[in-house]
Design a binder for this molecule. Structure first.
Ligand code: ADP
Ligand code: MG
Length: 679
């Protein structure tokens, strides 16, 4: 047993105490074989009648027939050997637990947990109760692990220090930690098995709260840390604010005005702003960032605007130039490409302070780039940048204000977990005059109807995107790839000018294709997901997404946001591959039903879970063992509010009632702090 524990990284008593059961087994009453139901787990007491070994398809099998007065069932193993046989002596009474299923040969229990039946009446641990099943251990190891867990939870759980102050615990209404830990291993008989298996029992709730709370507490401390050191207090008096909003060639939406108000308030404070602005594609985030930029510039400070790709940086550069140059403000483009002389010249303009706004890629954070007086950092499409990069850029100024924009609607819970150190603003309203994109789901067979609609759009002088999930044919041969797709489309649309864009192309090749499409020298752009990020071609009115079932909903939404940016009505056609599942189909229908990125993001999070939702494991998102971000939203809000409230009154966690809190925080964040760490 010790070996097995070590192998799984469980070295200390505390490791066992905090080892969360995967599921639970209902052993409150033993079942008769005849009472078992297929697909359910059950525990029976039975006598070994017979055993047999068999061979087939190069594999060896072992079956033991177990019987009670009501019937018989086979314990089955995809292996065999003397040791296995030795566990089933004919005539021996055993307890077997496991999932039951019906096969061609009758009822079976594959790889059940087998225990001697001798102590069924007397054992306080293994029978007549709900017992835990631990992850990462073989079934035959469960019994001794259970014994260990019993000992540990009986004897040591109570020695666990309660990290939460009583007042907080009572306010939130969660169990004491010691009690929760005992219950989580050996729940009282009246506990709902469904709640236990769903990790939603009161004991789970306590552990989930802790997980979220300590995460939020760490974030809150960070946030406080950023705020306590003074930064720049910008003057945002009404004349300046009016001058700033006056730069925009339109009236702001209500949502934009609200967010601008929040930004201005942040900027006016001496503590550095640290704010995330979330909003759907085209909701007008960039416009809001321009207002903030203007406020900084009017105060004599420079602004850095960082975008994740060259295409986007150039687009931002054009937009910022258009707005600011008429006000006589110099805007410089800082990217990695281009002639070195031009690059140096632009950098000098930034260093001398002549260029008040520098728009660029991550080239902005290179050592060679210096600012004369950087006061505001705007980071677009946050989740593509590491938190580190955000901070490298911040380091080029003296505690500049930071504004992060993301066009990927992130469910609130996820934003709170990823960006708990940031204040969050949401632009939840689109500028007027947009016709919603019409989205339809087609099967592979119905695809020709989608092409018909594309033909119509092209005939009206519009442009189209066709998106594929993969660059080249891989082992997944059922996926058409973009290259091949482009050839086919040339055949389908013989008169259209077709361009191809994929991730393996060099940056300048990509840029050339993109520029050609923007200049309407191409009618149809075949692409992999590289167009996902913020590309703006208003004349493109239709997008076809092949193998749409391979994309996450949020990604589809991002892609779809590339159309509907002009005045014309726009369309998005999702082609579901033949291999789609029913769930996949239901997922795609969500796209047809709503254009609201937040609704889609919530659904996506529910379906795929946080890790996959973000499409990256390096997202800075901590691993949560008990809490579930899709499910535990209320708990998370509570955790954040309480954590922030505590840090507000006691930023160093020095008060006597917070000492244990600080200790627990240090323990829990050890090793993980790095992940979510900001600086
Ligand atoms: P985002 O950065 O959120 O994608 P942008 O700020 O680029 O959005 O705005 C998208 C488009 O809508 C741009 O062409 C912009 O000029 C326009 N726009 C933004 N806000 C408004 C508004 N309040 N009224 C009219 N048009 C707007
Ligand atoms: Mg944008």
């Amino acid at each position: 047993m010790l070996g097995a524990l070590k192998k799984r990284g469980l070295h200390r008593i505390g490791d066992v105490l905090f080892l969360l059961p995967r599921v639970y087994e209902d052993r409150r009453s033993l079942k008769r074989i005849a009472q078992l139901r297929g697909g359910e787990r059950g525990t029976i007491i039975a006598t070994v009648r017979d055993t047999e070994e068999s061979f087939g398809r190069g594999r060896r099998f072992f079956r033991a027939i177990l019987a009670d007065a009501s019937g018989s069932i086979a314990a089955t193993y995809f292996q065999t050997g003397p040791w296995l046989k030795a566990r089933f002596p004919i005539g021996k009474r055993l307890v077997a637990s496991g999932e039951v299923r019906q096969s061609l040969r009758g009822w079976e229990m594959p790889h059940p947990e087998i225990e001697p039946a001798d102590d069924v009446e007397t054992s306080p641990i293994h029978f007549n109760r709900i017992v835990p099943v631990y992850p990462g251990f073989e079934r035959h190891e469960q019994r001794s692990l259970r014994e260990l867990a019993f000992k540990v939870s009986e004897q040591y759980a109570r020695a666990i220090e309660e990290p939460l102050p009583d007042a907080l615990r009572e306010k939130v209404g969660v169990l004491p930690l010691a009690q929760a830990l005992r219950i989580i291993h050996f729940p009282p008989p009246e506990t709902s098995l469904a709640a236990l298996d769903g990790h939603q029992s009161d004991a789970h709730r306590r552990l989930a709260f802790d997980e979220l709370f300590f995460l939020q507490l760490g974030m809150a401390l960070k946030r406080q840390g950023v705020k306590v050191t003074p930064g720049i207090a910008f003057d945002v008096a009404p004349p300046r604010l009016e001058a700033a909003t006056g730069l925009l060639p339109f009236t702001m939406t209500g949502a934009q005005a609200r967010v601008v108000h929040q930004l201005a308030r942040d900027m006016a404070r001496p503590e550095p702003m640290n704010r995330l602005v979330q909003g759907d594609v085209g909701s007008g985030k960039t416009a809001v960032a321009m207002v903030a930029a203007s406020l900084a510039v009017q105060n004599g400070y420079q602004v850095a605007v960082m975008a994740p790709t060259e295409i986007l940086a150039e687009q931002h550069f054009k937009n910022f130039s258009r707005v600011f140059e008429k006000a006589g403000i110099d805007v410089a483009l800082v990217t990695g490409s281009g002639a070195s002389k031009a690059k140096r010249e632009r950098r000098e303009r930034v260093a001398s302070g002549q260029a008040m706004i520098a728009v660029g890629t991550h080239a902005l954070i290179e050592d060679a780039v210096e600012f004369a007086k950087l006061g505001l950092v705007v980071v677009d499409e946050q989740h593509r940048f590491g938190v580190m990069q955000r901070h490298q850029l911040m380091a080029k100024g003296v505690r500049p204000d930071v504004l992060v924009m993301t066009a990927t609607p992130i469910p609130r819970t996820l934003a709170m977990t990823m960006y708990g150190d940031l204040d969050v603003s949401v632009i939840d309203e689109l500028p007027p005059g947009r016709t919603p994109i019409e989205t339809r789901v087609f099967t592979d067979k119905g695809k020709s109807r989608a092409w018909e609609a594309v033909r119509e759009q092209l005939a009206q002088g519009h442009q189209a995107y066709v998106v594929y999930p993969l660059v080249e044919e891989s082992e997944k041969v059922d996926l058409s790839d973009a290259t091949q797709g482009a050839e086919q489309l040339k055949a389908i649309f013989p008169t259209a000018r077709v361009g191809l864009l994929h991730g393996r192309m060099k940056q300048d090749e990509k840029d050339a294709v993109m520029s050609a499409f923007r200049a309407h020298q191409l009618d149809l752009l075949v692409s992999t997901t590289v167009i996902e990020v913020g590309v703006d071609v208003p004349n493109a009115s239709v997008m076809v997404i092949e193998h749409a079932e391979r994309f996450g909903l949020s990604q589809l939404h991002q892609l779809r946001g590339r159309v509907g940016r002009g005045a014309a009505k726009s369309y998005c056609f999702l082609i579901a591959g033949y291999a789609r599942s029913e769930e996949g189909q239901a997922r795609l229908e969500v796209m047809a039903e709503t254009n609201d990125g937040f609704v889609i993001a919530e659904r996506d999070l529910e379906i795929r879970g946080p890790g996959e939702f973000l499409g990256t494991r390096q997202s800075g998102l901590p691993e949560l063992a008990v809490a579930n971000l899709a499910r535990d939203q209320d708990l998370l809000s509570l955790a954040q509010a309480e954590a922030r409230a505590i840090v507000e009154v006691d930023p160093a966690l020095e008060r006597p009632e917070h000492v244990r809190l600080r200790k627990a925080l240090e323990e829990r964040w050890e090793g993980r702090l790095k992940l979510a760490r900001v600086g």
